[in-house]
Ligand binder design. Sequence first.
Ligand code: DX5
Ligand code: ZN
Length: 230
Amino acid sequence: MSNPNPSSPIRIAPSILAANFSRLGQEVTDAIEAGADWVHLDVMDGHFVPNITFGPDVVKSLRPLTDAVFDCHLMISPADTYLEAFAKAGADIITVHAEAGAHLHRSLQAVRALGKKAGVAINPATPESAIEYVLDSVDLILVMTVNPGFGGQKYVEATTEKIRRVRRMIGDRPIDLEVDGGITAETIAVPAGAGANVFVAGSAVYKGAGLADYRANIEALRQAAEATRR
Ligand code: DX5
Ligand code: ZN
């Protein structure tokens, strides 16, 4: 398999959803120490998705621990009301769901006006046409490879073709193509071969006893993704 856009660097973004929340700070610094590129922060509201996680105060409390990119995935509706709070809390990338509000373009403009990188996420059932007219307003596209809400789910195969189409839509724009859900050392080659370059992984990173295991887990993901580019 060859990647249609080998110039965009591979990034591994552990999702802290699978971390031990009783020692969250250590889990974040361990993941970075273990070789992670970004920290993926899953914000859920119990309304847009059937689960509740954390809000801006948790992001703010983690911020002093690392300079790594904070990749905030907002699974909340409405999102607009909270964009400023996440920006102030220290998010670097703020991703809103295309399904979460009626005015996606406005939400993305608002993120950029706050000085942050703007991401748009689409659920497995949402076609890539939903983001066709916001391509010049985004820095990242997140193609969900499971239905959002929970970690540890199985990669939805039907999303692979969509990843390929989104990579084609991106063309030579400087947009990262991220995938999230069911990404493991066994599955990562499929979205990587289809053109994704940022890989969120929760359970595949935070399994085992700590730093040494996390390092091996991240390395296995990275190698399997990079193998698709050779
Ligand atoms: C799901 C979240 C994911 C989740 C991924 O709604 O957006 O980031 O943590 O978990 P795994 O990697 O275990 O599928
Ligand atoms: Zn996520």
